[in-house]
Design a protein around this ligand. Structure first.
Ligand SMILES: CCc1ccc([C@H](C)CC(=O)N[C@@H]2O[C@H](CO)[C@@H](O)[C@H](O)[C@H]2O)cc1
Length: 802
């Protein structure tokens, strides 16, 4: 085991610490303790062991007077924390043993923790993985975000249709945070700007307080801990006593209710800008609090604003915090007296922006009127920024245009570096959304291919594979993931492959038990677990996966004695509540599952499973159990993907297109260990230009035509025959994501999968080579890239030669 800066503790001693919290923090004795009490006591006992390295890291950072990284994100999709903290402290076994001695089941307690679901999908989870890597690498950093009272909605199905209910992670105490009432800042909205006396004065109409809650983020081996600071909205005046005394109770609590609205709930859209005023207020709320906080810290350490960029690196996680540019310029000008040019250049040297999507509907553009009414001073400052940009660069690209404030252009102009999240995506960013700005600011756009933390996404979620890897190549791989390459040498060794397959089978059995217990669903662990888990979106093409499934069903029924590979199609994912087509796709998957799973002729060969409420914790059970990873987006649409990395790391080969990071995964694992299909991004553009490409594709594929007919005619919705006619017509009229054009290629690729899967040794070898060759996709490598190419920040963990 690695050398721990954390003093080792015996299970007995740690058990005593848990009991101390049960008694003194929960006020319970063992005989009356509920699962919640044990979970709280365990969490607090683990948290106690994070505080010293946390203080130590803060002290070292202060003394080093070096650079801090500030990661601004509207989303942090954290999931559960007990396992994560126990593993990073090297205390998983100790905790398990301590609880066992107290007659408690560690796994049961871990499963009782609600997910911190403060994010929608890829962008939010990436932020959480990055926080783990920043701490593991010992890079001084703060994550800044919003402490939503309600995270991403709970999904449940009623007759196969998605229903949403409010998520309630804070219904119980959140053990990992420290409230910081003393750290709070006024956040202003609306009103007007008085330009009379030379320097403009903003007279806001509304003000709320942003109050901090800190969660320590401990890294691998407990060597370093950074802070995740989440802001909660509080009223200036909590309670309007006068209204209360007048008996107007609503008015009395209005200030509280109004203020809290700002941090009340996460917007559940992950690709479509809402344009809602509250969303803009949320974005400004947390960004302003964060900028005020980092400036106060810098100045309190005696910093000179001229050197701000030598001590502060601010990373914008997409355009959601893009107001950070104008806000920093506002404070540097209006509160610290810098002239506009120096304020802009100082700010730009601090700021960098990551783009996570090319989808036009996801690029934030605020109606200028709305923007000006909420942020009148910032509107003025953006005009100044635009003027300087046009003058200095000779560019013709406007930030404010056609009555809209374009947040992508604003973030680009105010950043010294802009990056995409995979090699293909970064090229497409240069060639499409920012082609003009790329010409005007050559070299500003770079690539930083995404990554995932191997602590959560292998070490923690896959104990059987972890054990095999430890025995095969030693235990240093969790923070040096490219050591996994050492496994390749064993990929021809039958004994190793048997153990590798045994690990996979153990995870498949665990999933089968979990699904049986939770949903009463019985899985055949010998079947291929074919998994597509991600947000529901047309570009991710869950529909194409389902069409292939129905085509397979048809083929099996026509040839029941064929040597079919038994398959379980597992879907997981939420649709944004307002995304009608995505919700129709969910309904169709569930309707199809109902019919096919009940078909006596095929049910031993084909099953469709769609567990409700996919989230981070469910991914940690599904991914280790997967045989096949579905990464089938229309080429050019998935900026990177990160699920693709998690599956490959856990020994699940990919069936996929040349899209996002699939391209780099295929390069790493070898084309022979990847099931490629479909049009390339360039071919997609070309095909889209052809007339009736969808109808012609269907005419050319009787297999597809039949499936579409079945759906359209109500085979899967006998009680509502026309339920999907609109969906199918839409596909024939404007199949924007080329489901029809890639269908045959996808179907053939799936048959290639069948063939290889039937040869167990060949399949397991392919699976093992995937695990061995994706070490590069560690978020430690990604963060090292950001630190080298964007932040020029360095680790403060002396021993590490990062
Ligand atoms: C304004 C509404 C909104 C909210 C979130 C977003 C995100 C950018 C969507 C997102 O999560 N993008 C995903 O980011 C991942 C991390 O980089 C990538 O791996 C995924 O490919 C990308 O879809 C766009 C628009």
């Amino acid at each position: 085991m690695p050398d721990m800066s954390i003093p080792p503790v015996t299970p007995q001693d740690f058990g005593a610490e848990i009991l101390r919290h049960l008694k003194h923090s929960l006020g319970k004795d063992e005989s009356h303790a509920a699962l919640y009490d044990w979970r709280m006591s365990l969490s607090l006992a683990l948290r106690d062991r994070v505080v010293d390295p946390w203080f130590e890291s803060t002290r070292k950072t202060y003394e080093a007077r070096g650079k801090r990284v500030y990661y601004l994100s509207m989303e942090f999709l954290i999931g559960r924390l007990i396992e994560d903290v126990a593993i990073n402290l090297g205390m998983e076994e100790v905790a398990q043993a301590a609880l066992a001695e107290l007659g408690q089941d560690y796994a049961k307690i871990v499963a009782d923790e609600p997910d911190a679901a403060l994010g929608n999908g890829g962008l939010g989870r990436l932020a959480a993985c990055f926080m783990d890597s920043l701490s593991t690498l010992g890079i001084p950093a703060y994550g800044y975000g919003i402490r939503y009272e309600h995270g991403l909605f709970e999904q449940h199905f009623e007759n196969g249709a998605q229903m949403e209910t409010a998520e309630t992670w804070l219904a119980q105490r959140h053990a990992w945070e420290f409230e910081r009432p003393e750290v709070s800042y006024p956040i202003h909205f609306g009103g007007h700007v008085d330009e009379a006396e030379g320097s403009p004065v903003w007279h806001p109409e509304e003000t709320v307080m942003a109050s901090a809650y800190d969660t320590p983020v401990i890294g691998w081996q407990g060597r370093w801990a950074n802070t995740l600071r989440l802001w909660s909205a509080k009223p200036i005046t909590a309670f309007d006593l006068a209204s209360f005394n007048r008996g107007d109770y609503m008015a009395a609590s209005a200030p509280e209710a109004l203020a809290r609205t700002i941090s009340r709930v996460l917007y559940p859209d992950d690709t479509t800008k809402t344009g809602k005023e509250l969303r803009l207020k949320q974005e400004y709320f947390f960004t302003s609090a964060s900028i005020q906080d980092l400036l106060r810290r810098f100045l309190s350490e005696g910093g000179d604003l001229a050197e701000l960029a030598d001590h502060v690196a601010i990373q914008l996680n997409d355009t959601h915090p893009a107001i950070a540019g104008p806000e920093l310029v506002r404070l540097l000008m209006d509160e610290h007296g810098l002239d506009v040019a120096r304020a802009i250049s100082t700010a730009r040297r601090c700021l960098a922006y990551t783009n996570h999507t090319l989808l036009p509907e996801a690029l934030e553009r605020w109606p200028e009127e709305l923007f000006q009414s909420i942020l009148p001073r910032h509107h003025r400052i953006i005009q100044l920024i635009e003027a300087a940009h046009l003058a200095d660069s000779g560019s013709a690209v406007r930030i404010i245009e056609h009555g809209e404030v374009k947040m992508g252009e604003l973030a680009f102009v105010m950043a010294h570096k802009v990056n995409g999240v995979s090699a293909l995506h970064s090229d497409l960013v240069k060639e499409t959304v920012f082609a003009d700005l790329n010409r005007d600011y050559p070299g500003r756009i770079i690539n930083q291919t995404n990554g995932i933390t191997p602590r959560r996404w292998l070490y923690s979620c896959n104990p059987p594979l972890r054990a095999l890897i430890n025995e095969t190549i030693g235990t240093a791989w969790p923070d040096d993931l490219q050591q996994l390459e050492g496994l390749s040498a064993h990929a021809g060794d039958a004994a190793f492959l048997d153990r590798f397959q045994a690990a996979k089978d153990a995870n498949k059995a665990r999933l089968a038990d979990w699904l049986k217990a939770r949903d009463g669903v019985v899985l055949d662990p010998a079947a291929m677990f074919d998994v597509q888990i991600k947000r529901i979106h047309e570009y991710k093409r869950q529909l194409m996966n389902l069409l292939e499934t129905i085509a397979l069903w048809n083929e099996i029924r026509e040839n029941p004695n064929g040597d079919w590979t038994p398959r379980v199609k597992i879907f997981g994912g939420k649709a944004a509540p307002g995304y009608v087509v995505a919700k129709e796709i969910i309904h169709l998957i569930n309707d199809t599952a109902k019919l096919i799973n009940a078909d006596p002729a095929t049910r031993d060969l084909l099953q469709i499973v769609y567990p409700e409420n996919y989230n981070v914790s469910m991914a940690e059970i599904l991914i280790p159990a997967a045989d096949l990873s579905e990464q089938i987006s229309t080429a050019g649409k998935e900026a990177s993907g990160t699920g693709n990395m998690k599956f490959a790391l856990n020994g699940a080969p990919t069936i996929g297109t040349l899209d996002g990071a699939n391209v780099e995964i295929r390069e790493c694992v070898g084309a022979e260990n990847f099931f490629l299909f479909g049009l390339t991004a360039a071919e997609v553009t070309a095909r889209r230009a052809e007339p009736n490409y969808a109808r012609r594709a269907v005419e050319a594929s009787p297999r597809l035509a039949r499936v579409l007919k079945q759906i359209e005619s109500g085979v899967f919705s006998p009680s509502d025959k026309g339920r999907y006619s609109g969906l199918i017509q839409g596909l024939l009229d404007h199949d924007y994501f080329l489901v029809t054009c890639d269908f045959d290629s996808y179907f053939e690729a799936q048959r290639r999968v069948d063939t290889v899967f039937a040869d167990q040794a060949a399949w397991t070898r392919m699976a093992a080579l995937n695990t061995a060759r994706v070490g590069w996709f560690s978020s430690d490598r990604t963060i090292t890239g950001y630190a080298r190419d964007i932040w020029t920040a360095s680790s403060l963990i002396a021993s590490r030669s990062s």
